[in-house]
Design a protein around this ligand. Structure first.
Ligand SMILES: Cc1cc2nc3c(=O)[nH]c(=O)nc-3n(C[C@H](O)[C@H](O)[C@H](O)COP(=O)(O)OP(=O)(O)OC[C@H]3O[C@@H](n4cnc5c(N)ncnc54)[C@H](O)[C@@H]3O)c2cc1C
Length: 400
């Protein structure tokens, strides 16, 4: 079996290793001058490579759920174990797993070592321009040369994070493309009166509202920027914010309770806003005023610019409301900073076990090129590994 893997990113390298170890002659075509470039930027350079919790996917949830039953945390750990990578034994908050050394570069080194050991040929600086079917084989044209293969695995990723769009390689075989939109990216908000907050990081729970109706919420770190809100919990809401903006007014209500000592830790990752926080915040302020006095009410609890803004309210009830439902008007999303794309090759056009195309036998897909997007927290890489392992194993098992 001669197999071409198009794309040397997370899913492509996993697929190539599995296919080569399954006995196939494998060539990876990578358009960049080195493989796995995006991987180096993941998890702020630490690579949040999977999650211990139940699957949290949006588009393609059915495919991801089915696949992760076969290729779960244990199989992914075993795969990396054979690459020599040590993954931390215990997950970090919200179930996030990282390599024990905390370095994405080490994950890439481990994958490169095993691709080499498995005899995978890597052709960097070789963008695939076209794939055609001829006499029962695939003619792959990359870097100006054409070669024939028995099977092809498309692992081209998405335009997020400086990647490119190679969807034409799939549509040439009749696949449906779901229009790509940024899924995990910062929110643009009206920050005219909040400029002093730029650069401040807080633990918060953000609730998204469209025309006054609650849509979703997410908890975690939130960063104030020049143009809006960034950080894990803001990015988490970007896809739904885009839908809400199409309908009219879109707002974020920021609950700062995780910064205050009355909020139980389990509320940090809440799936719906806690309606008792405002009342609790009011009691908390009353107790603090009695003990500390007015002039230092929020100092020592919040960063100074934030404390000053909230203290501008005269009534404690208004302060409590601002502490737990501080409104920010969303004006858009920062698409150019997207980490993940929603959309791509329709996920119901591949076999759920093998990821083989339903349109063209011998053609396989893996990773973000498919219309599968997960939450922040390692879910997207987890799908990349799982789908790469499935496609690589299945392609190698295929009869010529
Ligand atoms: C800044 C950032 C941080 C992230 N952090 C995390 C995280 O911590 N945890 C997590 O789960 N997810 C994270 N993600 C998302 C995650 O990186 C992706 O979901 C994952 O890399 C997808 O793997 P992939 O193999 O599908 O695509 P990629 O890793 O993007 O690989 C695709 C490869 O295909 C190549 N290619 C494209 N077109 C062609 C062509 N025509 N010919 C040849 N080669 C081609 C590309 O150059 C690329 O190397 C992050 C993303 C970004 C941008």
């Amino acid at each position: 079996m001669k197999i071409a893997v198009i794309g040397g990113g997370a899913s492509g390298l996993a697929a190539a290793i599995e296919a080569a170890e399954g006995g196939a002659d494998v060539t990876v075509f990578e358009k960049n001058d080195r493989v796995g470039k995006k991987l180096l930027a993941t998890g702020n350079g630490r690579c949040n490579l999977m999650n211990a919790g139940p699957p949290r996917y949006h588009h393609g949830a059915r495919l991801a759920g089915a696949l992760l039953q076969c290729f779960d945390e244990t199989s992914i750990r075993a795969f990396f174990d054979a690459c020599g990578l040590v993954i931390a034994r215990e997950p970090e908050e919200d179930g996030r797993f990282y390599p024990a050394c905390g370095q994405a570069a080490v994950v890439l080194d481990a994958l490169r070592w095993r691709t080499e050991k498995a005899g995978v040929q890597i052709r960097t600086g070789n963008a695939c321009q076209s794939i055609k079917r001829s006499a029962g084989r695939f003619l792959v044209t990359a870097g100006g040369e054409t070669a024939a293969f028995d099977a092809v695995i498309l692992a081209c990723g998405s335009p997020a994070g400086g990647g490119t769009d190679a969807y034409h390689l799939a549509s040439a075989f009749g696949h449906t493309l779901i229009p790509p939109t940024p899924a995990l990216c910062p929110l643009e908000c009206d920050m005219r009166t909040f400029r002093a907050l730029k650069g401040i990081r807080v633990q918060a729970i953000l609730s998204l509202y469209g025309n006054g109706h609650f849509i979703a919420c997410a908890g975690g770190e939130c960063l104030f920027t020049d143009s809006g809100l960034s950080g894990i919990c803001a990015m988490q809401l970007a896809a739904q914010a885009q839908d809400a903006l199409k309908e009219g007014l879109c707002e974020i209500h920021m609950d700062l309770s995780p910064l205050l000592d009355f909020c139980p830790r389990r509320h940090f990752y809440a799936s719906k806003p806690a309606d008792n926080h405002e009342k609790t915040a009011l009691s908390w302020l009353e107790e603090r005023r009695a003990r500390i006095g007015d002039t230092h009410l929020l100092r020592g609890a919040l960063s100074r610019p934030m404390a000053e803004m909230i203290e501008k309210n005269n009534r404690l009830a208004d302060m409590a409301r601002m502490l737990t439902a501080w409104p920010f008007r969303v004006t858009g999303v920062r698409a150019q900073s997207a980490q993940v794309i929603r959309g791509g090759v329709a996920s119901d056009e591949v076999d759920e076990e093998t990821l083989e195309s339903c349109r063209m036998p011998g053609l396989y897909f893996c990773g973000e090129m498919l219309d599968v997007d997960g939450d922040c927290g390692g879910y997207n890489l987890m799908f990349a590994w799982a789908s790469g392992l499935a496609a690589g194993q299945a392609a190698a098992r295929r009869k010529e």
